[in-house]
Design a protein around this ligand. Structure first.
Ligand code: MSK
Length: 634
């Protein structure tokens, strides 16, 4: 065991942050902690979702004295329209990430910047999409699949191809409710049209479209993002890495990759290993080049290359505050514009690379699939050359670091759990061993925990404390996004140490399978992996998804993408627990549609619970899992 090899508490992380904020004070740096204070109290109308600025007659705000907007829309219509727009902001973003991946797939060629790393998966999907594969060169097939995938965004007729992966029962529910997702762009455009002034103001219709748009993300854009990232960069397998701010290296050039699209980070990782770049770093007095990640990009490169994870969403300023970050290289989504002015307080280069995410005070090196090698090399060189500009007195890297085993794609989970509850050879390649663990009671159930950090919740505390509670109760936890990094930072993905948090059953499973009790499934788009896992569990057991003792949870979510995710998770049949209200508390009707017995539950057999008391949320979730077990008689 190394001296850093341990479980890390939220208190230790908070102490590290406090020391970094002191570093920031020396150079006059701003921080999100300060900006939260400046923004508090928040606008009550915004929080309740009761402010409408969809047309220029307003803004209209609903109060007991003014119960309708100027157009006559009531509070339920206003809250509902806001909710739908909130959802499709996320659908558009996630799915556009998936679209970029499809364009990268189209650019692949033998010996090109991008090649096919998982040809079997490409062929499998091509067959699933009823495409001819025989006798085709793999790159010819990749181009055809890329075009077909891109058509999923705008095809005039039909529904999402991947929606057929859902169990029959789920597909039937979607068909009955009229929410089988059509072309992704159509769902987003229709939502924007529905919420235009003078269109829909009926909560039922707005919620209906929110579910359909969400499904076009989960079973469309996000799923393509995941599946074809695997085709391009390799399907994740378990791999060991480290997490938390201590992964930054005092004597090395530190390049932090942040954002979402692995097309950029893969190339940065590649060029950071280039002997020419390493020699350059050494010639400038560094011991080498250390790439580490923040947010979902961290997940992408950790699970494919074992690149360390410096932190999650609310740690992004911390990496700059260490004074040891030569460059923070970003692509799209979840990037604080604050990184521009903050990096100016240190020697850090803030490098933006996508026209989708342009920010002040950044150096823009546009990245594209065609010139990826050139761009990545320029980025790495800029970072390395910046090492000499460090101010040694400002370097403060907190001594906190945990081991993490990551990379549990569905394929990997199926493989590692085979033989735990049932060692029959014919079960290989199915989820039956996992199901047997659940039906026998060795595991009580599973929770899919996802989502961001949000200053409204003590950062990482809800993720980590809920996870510990589930582990103690023999509930296995699968994670993605910033929730995954919260777990990794605390040591909950350490296959040896994290067992201390487990109940006897889960501990046994972890020991037999050599897995941590919290399984890292990837980034935000990889929540689609969780959908596939739920679908396979349902097909292998013959039990509808909604009846399985499996729940979704986003205790610290903050982004529009998280709302889109919530909609597709719940519409897939998983009861979903949120720790932050999605700005709907101003409407009792919207509350009933989303959380009641007579709303979406009638369509998809699942609904939301919003609970800001984390302890209570954990208890409710365990009760729900036990109730589902009792209903199944297991
Ligand atoms: S990065 S959407 S803060 S999980 Fe995917 Fe994290 Fe949430 Fe962004």
């Amino acid at each position: 065991m190394k001296d850093w090899d341990r479980l890390i508490t939220v208190e230790e992380m908070e102490a590290a942050t406090a020391s970094l904020l002191e570093n920031g004070k020396k150079v006059g740096a701003d921080s999100w902690q300060q900006r939260v204070k400046n923004q508090t109290p928040h606008c009550g109308f915004g929080e309740a979702g009761t402010c409408c600025r969809i047309c220029s007659m307003g803004p209209c705000r609903i109060t007991p004295k003014s119960p309708r907007g100027i157009c006559g829309c009531d509070v339920h219509g206003i809250v509902g329209r806001n909710f739908l727009r909130f959802t499709v902001g996320g659908t558009a973003s996630h799915s556009d990430h998936g679209r970029e991946i499809m364009h990268t797939l189209y650019e692949t060629k033998e010996n090109g910047n991008y090649t096919i790393k998982d040809p079997e998966k490409l062929i499998r999907i091509a067959k699933e999409w009823e495409m001819e594969t025989e006798g085709k060169d793999i790159y010819e097939l990749a181009h055809e699949v890329a075009v077909k995938g891109l058509m999923e965004y705008g095809k005039p007729f039909g529904t999402q191809l991947f929606a057929k992966r859902a169990p029959e029962h789920t597909q039937q529910l979607w068909e009955n409710a009229g929410i089988t997702p059509r072309a992704i762009d159509r769902e987003v455009a229709e939502a924007m049209h529905m919420t235009h002034m003078g269109c829909s103001s009926l909560p039922e219709a707005l919620v209906h479209q929110a579910l359909r748009a969400g499904l076009s993300d989960g079973w469309g854009g996000s799923m393509m993002g995941t599946e074809f990232s695997d085709v391009l960069f390799g399907t994740p397998k378990p791999i060991d890495t480290t997490a938390n701010l201590g992964v930054m290296e005092k004597d090395m050039v530190n390049i932090v990759v942040h954002g979402h699209d692995p097309s950029l980070s893969e190339m940065v990782v590649h060029y950071a290993n280039d002997p020419e770049m390493i020699a350059l770093a050494k010639s400038l007095g560094a011991k080498g080049i250390n790439v580490c990640g923040v947010c979902c990009t961290a997940n992408e490169v950790a699970m494919r290359h074992g690149i360390p994870m410096a932190g999650n969403f609310l740690s992004q300023e911390n990496v700059v505050l260490t004074g040891a970050c030569e460059a923070i290289v970003v692509d799209i989504q979840c990037i604080f514009p604050a990184l521009g002015p903050l990096s100016k307080c240190f020697h850090t280069k803030f490098i933006t690379t996508s026209h989708i995410a342009r920010m002040p005070d950044s150096e823009f090196i546009e990245f594209s699939a065609e010139s990826a090698a050139e761009n990545a090399k320029a980025i790495v060189k800029t970072a390395v050359e910046n090492f000499k500009n460090r101010t040694p007195e400002l370097v403060n890297i907190p001594d906190i670091k945990a081991n993490a085993r990551v990379g549990y794609s569905v394929e990997a989970i199926v493989k590692v759990l085979d033989g735990v509850a049932n060692s029959q050879v014919d079960t290989f390649g199915t989820t039956k061993p996992l199901l047997e663990c659940v039906t026998s009671g060795v595991l009580r159930g599973a929770v899919a925990m996802v989502g961001c950090n949000n200053p409204k919740i003590r950062p990482d505390y809800a993720h980590i404390e809920l996870m510990k509670k589930f582990l103690k109760n023999d509930i296995i936890v699968i994670v993605s996004g910033c929730s995954a990094q919260a777990a990794a930072k605390a040591g909950l993905m350490d296959p040896v140490l994290a067992k201390e948090y487990c109940g006897a059953g889960l501990k046994r499973v972890c020991e037999l399978a050599g897995i941590p009790p919290v399984l890292h499934m990837g980034s935000c788009v990889d929540i689609s992996r969780m959908l596939i896992l739920a679908a396979e569990l349902s097909k292998d057991s013959g039990i509808p998804i909604s009846q399985l003792p499996v729940l979704g949870c986003a205790p610290e979510w903050m982004s529009e993408k998280a709302v889109s995710i919530g909609n597709y998770v719940v519409a897939t049949g998983l009861d979903t627990f949120l720790g932050v209200d999605p700005y709907v508390k101003g409407s009792s009707e919207m509350g009933e549609w989303l959380t009641g017995e007579n709303g979406i539950k009638k369509w998809v057999e699942a609904n939301y619970t919003v609970e800001t008391d984390i302890e209570k949320m954990g208890d409710l979730m365990i009760e729900r899992i036990e109730a589902k077990r009792a209903a199944l008689g297991i």
